[in-house]
Design a protein around this ligand. Structure first.
Ligand SMILES: [Zn+2]
Length: 258
């Protein structure tokens, strides 16, 4: 049986893929990639995600939300309109996000308060909906964790681009989240994420597209190198790493099931 490769987080709807999406689909299928978890940024992006129609057996989990960087870029009125649209669009997505706090971007108290407010609004919307969440939290775990606990005791979802110490990881795992680890772990693991956290709580994401050091637009096919690296690090067969990833992601997003 072929291995079922999946990427825990990418932006298939991104403009960078517009001109090459059909050839990208061929490339993904040629690499046996059969599942992608997407991530929302703003209302225009949700429309684009909605229109994506990848050829089977490639399946996508659509995730709609207001990214903290979009919160920066939008007025309060635009954000309120976006929230209304999001509330009406829940039937078209399988998850909510990216949402959260990015204190590397938001430096002033005012900017941070705005991130918190619209994270709160999205958590309010998520309550009782049983949709997995995709969190974007940078240098703000000390605030996102209490904020999450105020809304609900348990969640389902992913902490995208997780990059923090094991005690922070444990706090998210206790809330019900999986940690989605970015490709930079192939170069460095200062927090010893791989050795300190149970593999059953970790998935891996490309967060593509992005430009690498050679200014090449990276694609979700990067998940091959990534999971090969992880299987070597863990000293386990590649199929074990690939299957664990697809099991964890299909549990969270049943739409990815073949
Ligand atoms: Zn992302």
């Amino acid at each position: 049986m072929k291995m079922q490769w999946m990427d825990a987080h990418c932006h298939l709807s991104d403009n960078a893929f517009d001109a090459q999406r059909e050839s990208l689909y061929e490339d993904l299928l040629a690499h046996d990639i059969c599942g992608l978890v997407l991530a929302g940024t703003d209302p225009d992006d949700w429309v684009k995600q909605d229109r994506l129609a990848p050829p089977l057996p490639l399946r996508i989990a659509r995730v709609f939300g207001i990214h903290p960087w979009s919160v920066d870029a939008m007025s309060d009125q635009e954000l309120q309109n976006a929230m209304n649209t999001l509330g009406q669009s829940l039937g078209s997505c399988q998850g909510l996000g990216e949402m959260g706090l990015d204190y590397f971007r938001a430096k002033s108290a005012e900017e941070r308060a705005k991130h918190k407010l619209w994270f709160d609004r999205q958590l309010d919307l998520a309550r009782g909906k049983n949709l997995p969440l995709v969190l974007h939290v940078v240098k703000a775990h000390h605030e996102s964790l209490p904020q999450l606990r105020r809304h609900q005791k348990t969640y389902r979802g992913l902490v995208h681009s997780f990059w923090a110490h094991a005690d922070v990881a444990k706090s998210y795992i206790d809330l019900g989240f999986l940690l989605s680890v970015p490709p930079r772990i192939m170069k460095e693991d200062p927090h010893q994420i791989l050795s300190k956290i149970d593999p059953e709580y970790i998935v891996f994401e490309t967060d593509t597209p992005f430009l690498n050091a050679e200014a090449v637009c990276m694609k979700p096919t990067l998940i091959h190198d990534f999971l090969e690296f992880i299987s070597q690090q863990r000293g386990e067969p590649l199929a074990t790493t690939v299957n664990r990833q697809s099991c964890l992601l299909t549990q969270l997003f049943p739409v990815l099931k073949g």
